[in-house]
Design a binder for this molecule. Structure first.
Ligand code: PLP
Length: 412
């Protein structure tokens, strides 16, 4: 295919794009192509107004009465109810607050408690670092537990009746490889183990059905594809059949059944609210709540179809423009990957820096990966083609060799 054919194809796909209207809600700097929505989702102007209202009216004017009047107290669960349909959960089953890391600890601990006598937490070795750290920390405070790593062997071979709980990412943050939640849950449950899912790279990107796949607990991030803003609070979902059996690892007063009775002994709230620890992050919740408003109008099947279309165009155009320059790392089957693509190249770091300098924002991941996220709400097929053409220019002109692109920044 030559350039013109690609351009016509992209224009056609954009013309028929049922999600095109959402792009206008986002503010992306002119000339920039943002392929990093899998790390920090883009900003919507509606968020400003909402946070401003919470700051000036709710906090500034109503002060402490906003806990009742504005309903701040209920926000962790109300915002959770907006996330629920995106992951196939029911109303009142999702609590929002704390970071993903903290919720992973809470979720893992909860499942291990349900399995007295079992000693193993099974963790993917290549999982996002924080997941492994949380499992190690739980084993440290609960010395009857230890961490076992799942590497590349078949899951069956590391799964036995010693395993209390598995901690797995549905989508691998580096390679984009996707696990079949239903099949993994079935396998784990067949030996009596439970699964804590990390849905950070799935939520808002690919179809998720925590109830339909008979999951136990799921945790996820809201500042990636959900666009909740930097450090937006994470969420935790617990299967309704398990919630009443769980004594939270961090039994904060805000998860107590009657927080304003200030009892000596904690008594958990009957529902998911017990997973709320301390005072909710109201300003961040206001931003997240506003970011989630748009999702009630979004057809998730269209999100899935568009991400596949954007990714396929990127892969084909890249293979055509720069054949054999980058080694594809992500699975080629759309059903076996998330919404990002990774490519290996020995000079990945400076190439990503040169690309960012040229207005195409992706990121770099060790050991040698360029990673590009495809957020269907604000990317067009024309953007995707343009990003490939800028990458092609950088490679042909070897612009990435400039000394300023070689220096490692703190955040890559
Ligand atoms: C982004 C991400 C996290 C983030 O954890 P925080 O505690 O919110 O910083 C955790 N796990 C995975 C798999 C992620 O992709």
């Amino acid at each position: 295919m030559n350039d013109q054919i690609f351009e016509c194809r992209a224009a056609e796909l954009d013309q028929d794009d049922p999600l095109a209207e959402f792009r206008g809600s986002f503010s992306i700097p002119a000339g920039q192509i943002y392929l990093d929505g899998n790390s920090l989702g883009a900003y919507q102007d509606a968020i400003h107004k909402r946070v401003q209202h919470t700051l000036k009216k709710e906090w500034g004017e109503s002060l402490i009465s906003s806990w009742n009047q504005a309903g701040w107290f209920d926000w962790p669960i109300q915002v959770g109810d907006k996330i629920a349909p995106l992951i196939g959960a029911g109303v009142g089953q999702v609590a929002v607050g704390d970071s993903t890391s903290v919720n992973l600890f809470k979720g893992l601990d909860a499942l291990c408690q349900l399995q007295p006598g079992r000693r193993v937490i099974l963790v993917q070795e290549k999982n996002f670092a924080t997941d492994g750290y949380m499992a190690q920390a739980l084993a440290r405070v609960n010395p009857s537990l230890h961490v076992r790593y799942w590497r590349d062997e078949p899951l069956e071979s590391v799964l036995d009746e010693q395993v209390a709980c598995l901690l797995l990412s549905q989508v691998d943050y580096r390679t984009s490889e996707r696990l079949d939640m239903s099949a993994v849950n079935r396998l784990a449950h067949s030996v009596g183990a439970r699964v804590c899912w990390d849905l950070s790279h799935s939520t808002g990107a690919i179809p998720v059905d925590v109830l339909g796949t008979e999951s136990d607990i799921a945790v996820g991030c809201t500042y990636k594809y959900l666009n909740g803003g930097p450090g937006a609070p994470a969420y935790i979902w617990v299967h309704p059949s398990l919630i009443e059996q769980i004594q939270p690892a961090l039994p904060g007063w805000m998860g107590d059944a009657r927080p304003f009775e200030f009892q000596v002994d904690y008594q958990p709230h009957p529902g998911i609210r017990r997973m709320v620890c301390g005072t909710p992050q109201i300003l961040s919740l206001a931003a997240l709540d506003a970011a989630l408003d748009l999702w009630s109008e979004v057809d998730l099947a269209q999100i899935d179809a568009k991400r596949q279309s954007l990714m396929a165009l990127f892969e084909t155009a890249l293979a055509e423009q720069l054949p054999s320059v980058f080694e594809p790392i992500s699975p080629s089957d759309p059903a076996r990957r998330g919404s990002h693509l990774s490519f290996s190249h020995p000079n990945a770091y400076p190439i990503v820096q040169a690309l960012i300098d040229d207005g195409v924002v992706g990121d770099y991941r060790d050991p040698s990966y360029l990673r590009f996220g495809f957020a269907p709400l604000y990317l067009s097929h024309a953007d995707v083609l343009e990003s490939v053409s800028r990458l092609t220019r950088i490679m042909r002109e070897e612009r990435w060799r400039a000394p300023e692109f070689q220096v490692r920044k703190v955040v890559t």
